[in-house]
Design a protein around this ligand. Structure first.
Ligand code: COA
Length: 368
């Protein structure tokens, strides 16, 4: 192999595409249906709306359309794509990877490593890391990776997780760092637990809700501890333009950041200050679409990057039950400021048809 082929390539996000399904419902409608106080969902969990798939939309359409939008914006030649990695926990087949459906719809074939990554909500981040490290290693040469994170989050009717449901897809071309450079060092943490899992053949996840909260908080604490090291925590957090989290529901993020802040010896006022300034604004799109599992963190990252000046840094904390977590660091590139991918959000989220409790019940009846 030539020295040229093994040279590490500048690596990051070169384009972003997002896609959300065409239906939405306010969580207050679900509260009415389940006989719950709506404040439990809106204040207790911090949820607002959920994106819902109509019968003709599945994770395949979410992943494919997000990928199509990212590819259109990228503007590169398809023969430069050497990897398609799709993170999802909404598998449509136990063998055939979701990446094969995406490749089929987009006419991508040839000298491409194409596969699916599974690790609950962490799968999309693993796909991003694999693509980035493939380029950083030099093994990719001048090739780019198409990475997709897409999921449909549905719980059994009446399950405590039902108000956190959602759906969406995010696709990224991992190539030149036009939108964001991916920093080579990241901070993983994993522990084997049964906090959230879906046995083969079952339609809905089984969840030990309280355990999943504890695991998520412990993972966040350990990842941030490793990232901050011996430096002054306030200075490190202050220097970040935004801190993005996987958003199973917004209150979870608040709880996790409180745990991190307490561990770092910050008082409640400082923790609140950082949360309001650097975290809460990154969850606007998440609050409108609900939990989209693997896509959730990347929806938040896409929102945070939009409008940043080149050089501003973002932290991205990924968590997947089971559990595995990783804190990544990104640095905005020259195309972050324009935020071209915002038009996907404006088109999809604003254009959704709102359904009520009756419509939702009919849809669930039709789906089961
Ligand atoms: N008004 C305002 N707040 C209310 C309320 C009301 N009427 N009723 C309850 N609440 C609050 C509770 O105090 C609680 O807040 P707190 O944790 O800050 O004290 C919150 O609403 C949730 O109530 P809780 O009884 O704990 O909810 P739950 O057990 O029915 O469900 C989860 C919560 C997280 C367990 C559930 O949504 C779930 O299983 N989600 C899926 C798993 C998940 O997302 N895990 C996260 C890590 S990946």
């Amino acid at each position: 192999m030539s020295a040229h082929a093994m040279a590490a390539s500048p690596t990051g996000i070169a384009s972003i595409g997002l896609h959300f399904p065409s239906l939405s419902m306010a969580v207050e409608e679900l509260a009415q249906l389940r006989g719950q106080d709506p404040d439990k969902y809106t204040i207790g969990l911090g949820c607002e709306e959920m994106s819902i798939c109509p019968p003709d939309t599945s994770v395949v359409e979410l992943a494919t359309e997000a990928a199509r939008r990212a590819l259109d914006r990228w503007g590169g030649s398809a023969d430069r794509i050497g990897m398609i990695a799709v993170g999802t926990e909404t598998a449509v087949d136990m063998s055939r990877p979701l990446s094969a459906w995406v490749a089929d719809h987009l006419g991508l074939k040839g000298a491409i490593r194409s596969y699916e990554v599974k690790h609950a909500c962490y799968g999309g981040t693993l796909a991003v890391r694999q693509a980035a490290e493939w380029r950083m290693s030099g093994a990719a040469g001048d090739q780019a990776a198409l990475v997709v994170a897409a999921d449909v989050a549905m719980y059994e009717e009446g399950d405590p997780g039902e108000p956190t449901q959602g759906a969406g897809g995010v696709a990224m071309l991992i190539d030149e760092p036009r939108i964001a450079r991916i920093e080579p060092i990241s901070y993983p943490w994993s522990e084997p637990h049964f906090d959230f899992w879906r046995p083969v053949g079952e339609s809905y996840p089984r969840v030990d809700g309280q355990l999943s909260l504890d695991c998520y908080k412990r993972a966040a604490e350990n990842c941030f501890k490793a990232m901050i090291g011996k430096r002054d925590p306030e200075a490190v957090l202050h220097e970040l333009a935004a801190i993005c989290f996987h958003v199973p529901f917004p209150k979870m993020v608040r709880k996790a950041f409180y745990r991190v802040g307490e561990f770092l010896d910050l008082n409640a006022e400082r923790i609140d200050g950082f949360f309001q300034e650097k975290i809460y604004p990154t969850m606007l799109w998440n609050r409108l679409c609900g939990n989209a599992y693997t896509a959730s963190l990347w929806i938040s990252v896409a929102q945070a990057l939009k409008g940043l000046a080149a050089g501003e840094r973002v932290a991205a904390f990924s968590y997947g039950s089971g559990f595995g977590a990783e804190l990544m660091m990104l640095e905005a590139g020259p195309e972050a400021a324009a935020g071209a991918w915002e038009q996907d959000v404006a088109r999809d989220l604003a254009g959704r048809e709102r359904i009520d409790a009756k419509g939702y019940s009919e849809l669930r009846g039709a789906k089961s």
